[in-house]
Design a protein around this ligand. Sequence first.
Ligand code: PEP
Ligand code: MN
Length: 351
Amino acid sequence: MFSSKPFLIAGPCSAESHEQMLTIANAFKDNDYVNMIRAGVWKPRSKPGHFEGKGQEALEWLQEVKKVSGKKVCTEVATPEQIELALRYDIDAFWIGARSTVNPFTVQEIADALKGTDKAILIKNPINPDVELWAGAIERIQRSGTKDIACIHRGFSSYDQSSKFRNKPNWAIPIEIKRRYPNIPIYCDVSHICGKRNLLADVAQRALDLDLDGLMIETHPNPDAALSDAKQQITPDRLLELVENLTLRKGESNDTANAQIEHLRQVMDSVDAEIVDLLAKRKNIGVELGDIKIKNNMPIYQPERWREIVESRTEWALKEFDAELIRKIFELVHEDSIQRQMEQMTPKEKS
Ligand code: PEP
Ligand code: MN
């Protein structure tokens, strides 16, 4: 079921009305980009008192969407009862939401309820950046006998109020999942990462640049009036425009490109070797400094010096790099130096 690449899943955050779902079905029926239509039927809301989905009647609308559009349809399931109902309405694929993936008991219940069915399952990452938890959910679903599995990176929740994202992406994690499960396609839920429309195009492009296999983008006929996730949804027309502006990295390899890549990789290897040598040199200077500090009974950590390191290094690097990147790199290097000097001062006891 998930064989096309890039695989595009579009549709509203929530199925809200028969009319809304029919509008979506008609908008996508002649749209070759869209492979599957999504709509939440049971909505996991952070707080009570918000729209929690239309339940069973929305399953009927989804079934109709499938007929009208000729596309596959999917919805979120979190309990065996929801799976049983969704099976009755012949929904093609179920996604496991981030709040379910995080809980092995829930994933196991879902896996048990899937035994003997042949549904396609999409597994979103857990809300926290834990590769093992995501991998555990994949393995539980695999053990249920489910063959058609795809994963979805929807970003990770964090307390960082300054982040421009609703759920920060951490691309290393989906890439690690892809490395471990090469036969499982991995998609990017651009909408839940961004939380707002103006970021969608860049994140979608980034996902394709990293060779993710598809995208999930929330689409609503009248986004501002949506009953959930209004700020991040776009109209079907806007979706079309977004998709048409994406650059697909088809990965066609040719001899010239391969030779250029090989050459640049060799150059990069030697630059990295130089960086390691320089780091070793810097480390040894740190050891000498440590000796002097110890002999003269001086403190190892001197905040003034750290401030000066950050200021000067970010200034030197300003033309090429973001100050934050340089600060992070030197924080690691400086921390290592302080750690070594502390060990010089109080050598570890030999066991
Ligand atoms: C959704 O897709 O509408 C949803 C609730 O997703 P998530 O589990 O990623 O929050
Ligand atoms: Mn949503």
